[in-house]
Each structure stands twice: as structure tokens, then as C-alpha cells.
Design a binder for this molecule. Sequence first.
Ligand code: GAL
Length: 425
Amino acid sequence: MKRSSILALLLIAVLALGFAGLASAQDAAPSGDLEIFSWWTGGGEAAGLEALIARFSEMYPDINVINAAVAGGSGVNARAVLTTRMLGGDPPDTFQVHAGEELNALWVAAGLMQPLNDIYEANGWMEQFPQGLLDLISDDAGNIYVVPVNIHRSNVMWYVPANLEAWGVTVPTSWDEFVNTTCPALQAADITPISIGENWTQVHLWESIALGTLGVEAYNGLWDGTTNWTSPEVVHTFEVLGQVYDCANDDMNALTWQDASQRVANGEAAFNIMGDWAAGYFLVDLALEPGTGFAWAPSPGTDGVFMMLSDTFGLPVGAPNPGAVEAWLSFLGSAEAQDLFNPVKGSLPANTTADISNPDLYNAYFQSAYEDWTTNEIVGSLAHGLVASPAFSNGFSNIIATFQSDRDANNAAVTAATLALQTLR
Ligand code: GAL
């Protein structure tokens, strides 16, 4: 054989070996550390995340999951840590972020998220997630940036039926009724009419009051610029918040959302407004029965409206282990994962092929929420990142904190108007 032929053969052999090596590296199961960043550290929230991690670890034994959850309801602390890490070039592999403006106005706008369309197509998810939800997590070019794990409802009023009966009150259907009838009746009986927690839960309460007093169109108008923040109707939302504060516990700033929910469960307070992670808390932490141990209604004035939010995870630019993240996200969006997570989390599955109609998996609370989700008008939550940029949300938290001490509704509305001008797209 000529020397040149021998060289050619050698070259082919080397190339073939090289391709084989490459192929086996690509086919190899993902391995290494996978850091999952969230704010799910307790109760039903942690139980849901742990159920996901347990199953994922069975499927991918070579991936070492690091559960990097930072405590603090609604992510108040986690988001600050995340921002520092993202801006410092030290992103976690994947992180919890709300669908809507919390994702879009910040991380997507900054070019820090990777599109996930391949994962959606490979899993057939374009047909499995509601289009309205996909719209919230996509840009105008059709890039989809995250995988939703659930649908939560924000506008829920929680109570214990036997307690209301003993105290001779019924669930109020308007804030006017709550303030003028329910609250004085309960105060006369020495019962706290409504339990309220720390600052973010007050923003959460305000969004329910705003929806219940303004109605859907004017509530939506706050976010698209068609409702005037200084109008008497919007000023009134703050006035009502002030009246509701007067019906609540004095130690609100020292209470987590779980503390405030617990006061309803143990009969210290009659009502609480919270998202349906409270159902997860009642079911998992307190082991209560839906319908008797705890019950629910749309927050006053919001019957027929479902204020939604969605928890999602994505793949940040510069994630240390993208292969493991892709495996995690492919699992997270599956019906199997969603059916492990949501029954303990208190939320509905976002993947429409999940087993929501199975009452053994999804109890009476979920059946009722699902009925509303599929028949109600849908609006988005402010307190949980859907309708407004983080810049607005952060500023609005300060407005609520100031209002809590000075009770100046006009000032709150004027400050919010200025903030909206500066921070809403
Ligand atoms: C929300 C989040 C929920 C739950 C809640 C309380 O922002 O979407 O999943 O974690 O905070 O922590």
C-alpha cells in the first residue's frame, strides 16, 4: 500500500473514532450538578418541589440536584439573591420565575434567557399548554422562554365553615358588605375579621380589592394605561384597603402568609385573602379536609373572575449545566411531573394532558378551582409578576408600606400614577 493510502486510511480511522466519541458524548445521559433555585422552602410548596426532585433523581441518577431554595413567601428574598447572581455572571442552572412581566420585562428583555422551542416541539407541548399561557412566556418572534409547572389563583377568600356559623356571619360578596356588616359583627364578638401578613401579602390583598371594586375592565386598564391611577375609583381601592386594615390583626407586618392562614384555621380570625398555595398549606402542613377544615370563595366582588399567576422555570444564559437543565425542563412540563407537584402545591396543572379530572389526585378544592379556571374571565396578578414589571412591583410594595402607616389614599394613587408612567410598558 502506498504511503498516501495508508495516511488516508489512518485519517478515516481517526475521524471515525472522533465521531463515535462525539456521538457517545451526546447520547450520554446528562450528569453533574443541577442547581434548582426557588422560594419553596416549607409545607406544600417544599413537598411539591421535593416530589419532583425525587422522581427526577430516579430518572437521572447521574444528576446531582442541588435544591437552592431561598426562604421568603412570594420570592421577596429569592428574587434579590437571584438578581445579584444573574448580574454577577453566576446564574443558577434553572430558577423559578413568574409567567408574564416578571420574566419578560426583566430577564428576557436583558437577553439572559435561552429559547426552549426545541424542548416544546420534542415533547409535543405546543398543543398541550393553553395558548394564553404560552403567549405570556413568549416574545413577539415566537421564542418560548420557560416551562410552566402550574396555574395558581390569587383571588381566594379562605374560611372555616363551622366557625362562620358559630359566629353568625356569612361569606361577604362585596368589600362594602365586609367592611360595613361582616367586620363589625365579628369585632363585636371579639374575633379578628381578617388576618393579614407581611407587606407582600398586603399587595396581594390590594389586588383582590382593586379587582373586586373596579371590575375586570378597569382593573386590566391599570396595566395597559387605560385606567387613570388618580381617578376616584382607584383612590377608593386604597381607601378600602385602609378600612380592611382596620378589621385586621395589628401585628400584620410580623406574620408570614402561613401565619396569617393559620389564624383562620385555628379560629383566631374569620377570613384571609391568599393565593391557593394556602390550599397546599391547609392540606399538607395542617392536614385539614377541604370543605370542612378549610373552605374557599372568590374574594369579595370577584365571583366569575379568576386572577391567575403561573410558576415557571427556564434556562438562563451561562447556566453551568445546560444538558441537565434540558432534562429537568422536559420532565417538569410532563403530565407526570405536574400530577406529582400540583396536588400538594394547591395549584392546577398547566399541562392540559395532566390528570385533573381524577378526584383521588385532585380533591374538591382543585375541582372547584378547575371549574372556575375553565369558565371564568381570566385576569393577571400584580403581586405575582404577571401584569407589571418588577420595577413597578417593587415600587408598589413601597407605596403600600407608606400607605399602611400614613393612610393617605390620594398620595398612594398619585405616587402609583407616577410609578406606572415610569415603569409600565
Ligand atoms: C407565589 C408563588 C407561589 C407561592 C407563593 C407563596 O409568588 O407563585 O407558588 O410560592 O408565592 O410563597
